[in-house]
Design a protein around this ligand. Structure first.
Ligand code: A2P
Length: 337
């Protein structure tokens, strides 16, 4: 079997470090890893796969030595500059940033939902936004069966999604230290209805990402979707209220079965014994947890869902590594066009 060479770009960051952990767990047929970050942490030593790795500075020549795959988690600017360089040298990039997600030539992939898109890559595959990834698993399951007409997202997003600085703001707030590195207001004791920058239509960029990425992944460009995304004082794992309206009627027990049978979803729903998904239970897992499943009696064919997942694992690192795993399994069966 072929052995592969993989680069982790942004290896010192919150997503990058989790990617290293997931790679250790999966033990893919990868014989060589190289870890990159900026000049700030070049030289940093990280323990990985039972060895000490020295982090290298990412430069324009980093991909000259030849890589099969690279996972980029170093922000949009780094991806914009370096992902095309990597791809031009024959490396397939799985990019965690938003830089290429809406590019029509770049597949936007959640392996349980649209794995067929992987084949259409030209060297870059985009990992969707964390809040979109966990939402599209239940939506795909239900769209296939009942045809979705409209979606209303309300999110409760953890600070880890804002990187190390987000985690630091929550930690400082908890300790009573009056200093902010990431958010415009204290996140401790607050919910901030503001993730990423505001856009001209009054929505935030995070909200527009959810709307546009959902349409692209579900291949429903005209789907009616709205979103309110909120940062909450939770360290890790995003929670989402998702209200869905269908074209077709449904039997609630069958809808629950449909969710249970979908790869990557775990239904946790038993109000009698207070069972529903919560962030601290989702931490460390790659599945998407769904509960509070109930008919929305204010419309004809509607349902309410509560959807929780580890935003750093399934929402970023694990989803990217699942894509690499699929690429490895597909190797020899296709070549990027
Ligand atoms: P560094 O440690 O050198 O700053 P987070 O999202 O947790 O803040 O992490 C961001 C990650 O992206 C870090 O690993 C960071 O490395 C990396 N990074 C930021 N800018 C660059 C860059 N210009 N080139 C390579 N890596 C970068």
């Amino acid at each position: 079997m072929k052995n592969y060479k993989l680069a982790v770009v942004g290896a010192t960051g919150v997503v990058g470090r989790t990617a290293l952990k997931v790679l250790e767990e999966k033990n893919l047929p990868i014989s060589e890893y190289v870890l990159f970050a900026s000049s700030r942490s070049a030289g940093t030593k990280l323990n990985f796969m039972g060895k000490e790795y020295v982090v290298r500075e990412l430069t324009e020549n980093s991909f000259d030595e030849g890589f099969d795959f690279a996972i980029f988690s170093a922000g949009g600017d780094t991806s914009k500059k370096f992902a095309p360089i990597a791809a031009s040298k024959g490396c397939i990039v799985v990019d965690n940033s938003s830089a290429f997600r809406m590019d029509k030539d770049v597949p936007l992939v959640v392996p349980e939902v649209n794995p067929e898109e992987i084949e259409n890559n030209h060297g870059i595959i985009a990992n969707p936004n964390c809040s979109t990834i966990q939402a599209v698993l239940p939506l795909k399951a239900l769209d296939d069966k009942y045809t979705i007409k409209r979606v209303i997202y309300s999110t409760y997003q953890a600070v880890s999604g804002a990187g190390q600085k987000g985690l630091t703001d929550l930690e400082n707030g908890r300790k009573g230290i009056d200093k902010l590195e990431k958010f415009p207001y204290p996140i401790y004791n607050n919910c901030l209805p503001h993730i990423d920058v505001f856009t001209e239509n009054g929505y935030t960029k995070e909200e527009m990402k959810m709307i546009n990425e959902t349409r692209k992944i579900l291949k429903k460009p005209d789907l009616r979707v709205t979103a309110t995304t909120v940062r909450v004082p939770v360290e890790n794992s995003h929670s989402e209220s998702i209200n869905v309206e269908f074209e077709n009627p449904f039997v609630l027990s069958e809808l629950v079965e449909t969710l249970k049978n979908f790869e990557g979803i775990i239904v946790q729903d038993n109000p009698d014994s207070e069972v529903y998904p919560i962030a601290t239970n989702a931490n460390g897992h790659d599945e998407v947890f769904v509960g509070r499943i109930r008919r929305d009696f204010s419309v004809e064919n509607g349902v309410n869902l509560w959807v929780v997942a580890d935003n750093i694992r399934k929402g970023a690192a694990s989803n990217a590594i699942q894509i690499v795993e699929k690429l490895i399994n597909m190797d020899g069966l296709y070549s990027p066009i």
